[in-house]
Design a protein around this ligand. Structure first.
Ligand SMILES: Nc1ncnc2c1ncn2[C@@H]1O[C@H](COP(=O)(O)OP(=O)(O)OP(=O)(O)O)[C@@H](O)[C@H]1O
Length: 349
């Protein structure tokens, strides 16, 4: 089934003087996505979002938001009315309550000061879990609550799409969990969410699709499952460390004739792993369905694993591999993009 694109950018480019902050960017966000716009500091996330929201003029390229093209100013404004956002922390009055601040915001957004608007304010306060603290003054709110009040303001106009730029910035771990949970709830209510972050693990669990950018360029884009599908592996532990090394040798010898076996290598168990820290594990790059075949291959040589487990693919590891150690115009990065596109992992067109 064809998915409906709620946002599409084509050749989107923004330069500040000689610096290219966003470079030929092609993003595609589908209705119902929680779309993670990910990239290290300074990679162009905020600049992209500001262009989508009409706060910055691109040098080149086009944006289609809710079926309205950026070249049609009037139509695009209509699309923006159906979009909520937080780009910078909105300015709230510290001595006014959450509810009073939202009333001010509603007036500012052009909503009538009537019973319907007041009911909507109660609704969004409920939605962001601030109903019970609605009459407390803003200065008494925690950072997480302040962030949620910002989201409540963005929800006032019942948007179909909400764009949150680095909503977890400055929050403590509990605040991050709170925002993540909340993003999940927005998605359940049928609101498409675009959320940017430079800290991948903070939001990866809620994202259905992601785009990873660096130096303004798209490195990869696609569904999280799609991107990680062939990156999961198998970990084997052994009673004696030398067995792990022998097992590695056995698998390497058959690797050339075994199409499902991509690699095998010994690693040390890290903190947080199920195996004792520092113990030697054999890491096999192969689908978990082949665990039995691996067992059989090793058994033929009299080597028996003590434990075999699936190694979850990590989006964070993938992100670091993609974003670390690249120069702005690195040929390595374009080769990688190419490879991901041709294997169908990237949605880079
Ligand atoms: N108004 C501006 N004038 C000049 N350079 C700018 C301006 N805004 C952004 N830049 C530059 O453009 C690049 C991209 O910045 P941007 O803020 O979009 O990145 P980001 O991915 O949102 O970073 P962060 O995660 O730190 O918020 C950076 O090199 C930044 O210094």
């Amino acid at each position: 089934m064809q998915q409906e694109a709620i946002l599409r950018t084509e050749h989107l480019t923004k330069r500040f003087g000689t610096r290219t902050a966003v470079d030929d960017l092609a993003l595609e966000v589908f209705r119902g996505d929680v779309f993670g716009l990910l990239g290290p500091n300074g990679s162009g996330k905020t600049t992209t979002i500001r262009m989508v929201l009409g706060l910055l003029q691109p040098n080149h390229g086009s944006i289609t938001l809710l079926d309205q093209r950026s070249s049609d100013k009037h139509g695009y404004l209509q699309a923006l009315r159906r979009t909520g956002s937080i780009v910078e922390q909105p300015t709230f009055y510290p001595f006014l309550s959450g509810r009073e601040n939202l009333r001010g915001m509603a007036t500012f957004a052009g909503l009538a000061n009537n019973r319907m608007t007041h009911a909507r304010i109660d609704e969004v306060l409920e939605q962001v879990g601030l109903a019970e603290r609605a009459n407390d003054s803003y200065r008494k709110y925690s950072l997480g609550m302040k962030q949620r009040l910002g989201i409540a303001a963005a929800l006032l106009s019942q948007p179909e799409l909400i764009i949150l730029d680095e909503p977890t910035n400055g929050l403590d771990p509990a605040g991050v969990v709170e925002i993540r949970k909340f993003i999940g709830q927005l998605a359940q209510q049928g609101i498409t969410v675009i959320v940017s972050s430079h800290i991948l693990y903070e939001i990866q669990q809620v994202c259905s699709r992601v785009a990873i950018i660096k130096f303004g360029k798209l490195l990869v884009q696609g569904s999280v499952n799609e991107l990680l599908s062939d990156r999961e592996g198998i970990l084997l532990s052994f009673k004696y460390p030398d067995q792990a090394h022998k097992a590695e040798q056995v698998l390497r010898e058959v690797q050339a004739q075994t199409p499902w076996l991509k690699s095998a290598g010994c690693i040390q168990a890290e903190p947080g792993s199920w195996a004792p820290v520092g113990s030697t594990l054999l890491q096999v790059e192969a689908p978990i369905d082949y665990a039995m075949e691996i067992n059989a291959l090793l058994g033929e040589k009299g080597i028996y694993a003590a434990e075999i487990r699936r190694q979850e693919a990590s989006l964070e590891k993938f992100f670091l591999e993609l974003t670390e150690g690249q120069a702005p115009d690195s040929t390595q990065s374009s080769a990688h993009i190419q490879q991901l596109s041709t294997t169908g992992q990237g949605r880079n067109a």
